[in-house]
Design a protein. Structure first.
Length: 285
């Protein structure tokens, strides 16, 4: 088992500075958009109790802050790339282009509304269906996770890697409860039972984009969840891949962006997690 201190030292030893001026031009624009959206979000923290809330579905909320953050992201990117298409949580799909920006302006809205400091801006770019650029930005901690395909992943412009945890014993896992879908609760509990007895612990923080970013930098060793939306996981998936990890469905398949069912970890632990899932009772998911 690798200690937290050892993980931190390992991460620091591997860190390599990559200044923003050397970023891919499209990633630079995404970073600018994420920071602008983060400013919008943070400015509203002191008046959360006064923000109108719309219930989209059971336990799924949207606020004027989500909408304003998404608008500033789209406007910032559109100014530089007017021909690109967008897929936003609040505005849906617009445009027709080989380049599509996938946006979650405030992942962790419920946390935000309760003053719970775990939420983020998530922006990904797909080119011809392949994830190419990624930003996950935590505006409270001012932690900026970025990745470009083939160029590695960074946290505040320093290279990051997934952990080297080899087994479930001693692994710290992240997950998300099926808070909207009671019909899969038993299936989820079966996966929980498969992992919990062997792991060092399981965390449910409520913002999948940040969970995936944390996995990319070694703060979590593995992650799984069901029925996420593409904007929850697109940026985080590329971060993990560029940090040396693997992302797939519970069966090991690669259609996680469509199904929303995701398992992620470093290559060794990824195989261990898939085996644990294969050995549990069959799920209906």
């Amino acid at each position: 088992m690798q200690s937290v201190q050892a993980k931190s030292i390992s991460t620091q030893n591997k860190a390599i500075a990559t200044p923003e001026k050397f970023m891919h031009p499209m990633l630079n624009i995404a970073v600018r958009a994420a920071r602008a959206a983060g400013d919008v979000i943070v400015r509203q923290m002191d008046r959360v109790q006064d923000i109108p809330v719309l219930v989209k579905s059971r336990n799924d909320f949207v606020t004027d802050v989500d909408k304003a953050a998404e608008a500033i992201i789209i406007n910032t990117i559109h100014t530089s790339f007017p021909q690109h298409a967008f897929l936003g949580e609040e505005t849906g799909a617009t445009g027709n282009s080989d380049y599509q920006w996938i946006i979650d302006p405030l992942d962790g809205t419920t946390n935000f509304l309760h003053g719970y400091p775990q939420f983020a801006v998530s922006i990904a770019l797909r080119h011809k269906g392949i994830l190419d650029q990624a930003v996950v930005y935590d505006p409270l901690r001012q932690e900026l996770f970025t990745a470009s395909r083939g160029q590695g992943a960074q946290l505040n412009n320093r290279r990051i890697r997934v952990s080297n945890q080899l087994t479930l014993e001693g692994a710290l896992l992240g997950t998300g409860f099926p808070f909207r879908d009671n019909d899969i609760l038993e299936d989820y509990l079966n996966t929980f039972r498969a992992f919990f007895p062997m792991s060092a612990g399981i965390r449910r923080a409520g913002a999948a984009a940040l969970d995936l970013a944390y996995l990319a930098c070694g703060r979590l060793d593995g992650f799984w969840e069901f029925r996420l939306n593409i904007w929850d996981i697109a940026a985080g998936a590329l971060l993990i891949q560029e940090a040396g990890g693997l992302v797939g469905e519970l069966s090991g398949g690669v259609n996680y962006l469509d199904s929303g069912n995701i398992v992620a970890a470093n290559p060794k632990l990824f195989k261990v997690m898939l085996k644990a899932l294969r050995d549990m009772p069959a799920t209906t998911i």
